[in-house]
Write a protein that binds this ligand. Structure first.
Ligand code: GDP
Length: 455
């Protein structure tokens, strides 16, 4: 394969930049452009050398450190070098240019990882875990991706495939030596194995619900009348030690969105403009938008001022959320509370009600626990079980479940063993697409095109 080169660090000025080379000619190219301070040192894998990158006129381009990786023990399984340059874009580009002038071709996005896959160092699910790891927004999501990178999906799938291979061997033995065991006994045995493995597949498929939340997050709308404490709630949540990934601000009458992380769950929280009846046209647009946001949210947090009796506007909000996944917050519990409010709310809906003081940060821990519980995120085991985060994997697992059902059906219908064998082979093929043994070139290209340059 051709030798490829690319800048592996993010564009912009930084303390160091890295240019990567991979392929048969990596060491040959480096010899032409790199003058080590100690020219007698031989190239050894997992070592670094200090020296200068030079151009064709022997002018120094940059002072660098080059790391060497030999085939079979590199990221791509090919000879590789990584040139650590100073971090300015001009310098990094010049070093890359020297690599290209001396025989390398510019790598496509994800081409290094694609080679790691094609050369058999990682399977396709591990390659996909690398993109997810890079794009992780929270600790939990990163943890799940690292597990996948370490082969959690590959292992689960291989175990199931091995059990099915055992079944195939039994079927073949029965076709060749029918006198050995009766078809009835063997069918019973196979049915049990299919059932156990179908359940394993179902567990994996179900894990996607949590995986999707870890990856895409939960969209929460904070709704309530003006002055009930919506902004105070958002500010208190944000003031705590939670990662703020971005903030998008609208006007005061519009909504404010923040990306935060609560208990490791990525959350986009939207503080809506106050919902109330209004004759002001601009405010009316804000109110209409609030109702829209509330409609699209995965969870509504409706907040009420519990120091005052709930009025018609509060009731309009209760009416709006009664059939939506919601939590009700009674705020300002540090003031004199109106006990009747709880009864008013219960007439509208049976959503969970929490008493808080947004301003004084009271009761918020309970709110976080409840959010975690409502999305079943308290029961997922990021450390011990495989969690699917990739829709392609989930779709293939669902196909395999359908194939397993069909195989079990052939046993129920007493169909011949060779038909059962075809259905079981189908399960294995469905699974092989996840690990990439049986996958089209187009899918492979699409997966790797999502990578960044130099990865
Ligand atoms: P929003 O219009 O719904 O966003 O309400 P704000 O967050 O701006 O709060 C309106 C007023 O209520 C402000 O004066 C806040 O300081 C006050 N407030 C908010 N939360 C509490 C609370 O828990 N206790 C008390 N006593 N006042 C609060």
């Amino acid at each position: 394969m051709e030798t490829i080169a690319a800048i592996a660090t993010a564009p912009g000025n930084s303390s160091i930049g890295i240019v990567r080379l991979s392929g048969d000619k990596s060491f040959e190219i480096i010899k032409k452009i790199f003058l080590p301070k100690n020219p007698n040192r031989k190239i050894k894998g997992y070592t670094m050398q200090y020296g200068n990158i030079i151009d064709e006129n022997k002018n120094i381009v940059d002072e660098v450190l080059v790391s060497f990786f030999k085939e079979n023990s590199s990221y791509t399984m090919e000879d590789m070098c990584e040139i650590n340059t100073h971090g300015g874009m001009v310098i990094i580009n010049k070093v890359l240019e020297e690599c290209l002038k001396n025989g390398a071709r510019l790598a496509e996005p994800g081409e290094f990882t694609k080679r790691a896959f094609l050369n058999g160092r990682i399977d396709l699910s591990q390659a996909e875990a690398i993109i997810e790891l890079i794009n992780s927004k929270t600790d939990k999501e990163a943890k799940v991706s690292v597990k996948q990178l370490n082969g959690s999906i590959l292992n689960d799938i291989s175990n199931i495939k091995n059990e099915l291979l055992g079944v195939m061997a039994d079927i073949e033995a029965n076709i060749d030596y029918p006198e050995y065991e009766t078809e009835e006994i063997i069918n019973e045995k196979i049915y049990e194995i299919l059932k156990i493995n179908k359940n394993k597949l179902l567990k994996l498929s179900n894990s996607f619900d949590s995986g999707k939340i870890l990856k895409e997050g939960i969209r929460i709308a904070i709704i309530g009348k003006p002055n009930v404490g919506k902004s105070s709630l958002l500010n208190t949540i944000l003031k705590e030690d939670r990662a703020i990934v971005s903030d998008i601000e609208g006007t005061t009458r519009d909504s404010i969105e923040e990306d935060i992380s609560i208990k490791g769950i990525p959350i986009r929280i939207v503080d809506t403009a106050g919902i109330r009846e209004t004759s002001d046209t601009i405010e009316a647009i804000g109110v209409a938008r609030s109702l829209n946001i509330s409609e699209e949210a995965d969870l509504n947090i409706a907040i009420f001022d519990n120091s005052k009796i709930l009025d018609n506007q509060d009731k309009m909000i209760l009416e709006n959320i009664k059939n939506k996944k919601s939590i009700i917050l009674l705020n300002k519990t540090d003031l004199n509370e109106v006990d009747e409010n709880i009864n008013i709310i219960k007439k509208y809906c049976d959503h969970e009600i929490l008493k808080i003081s947004a301003k004084n940060n009271i009761g918020l821990e309970k709110l976080y626990d409840l959010i975690e519980e409502m999305f079943n995120m308290n029961i997922i085991d990021v450390d011990d079980s495989t969690i699917l985060t990739n829709i392609r994997h989930k779709n293939q697992i669902d196909k395999a479940i359908i194939s397993a059902d069909r195989a079990m059906q052939t046993i129920n219908n007493n169909l011949p063993m060779d038909i059962l064998a075809i259905e079981i082979k189908q399960i294995m093929q469905d699974l092989a697409e996840i690990t990439g043994e049986n996958v089209s070139e187009d899918i492979i290209n699409e997966i790797f095109s999502k990578f960044c340059l130099g990865k």
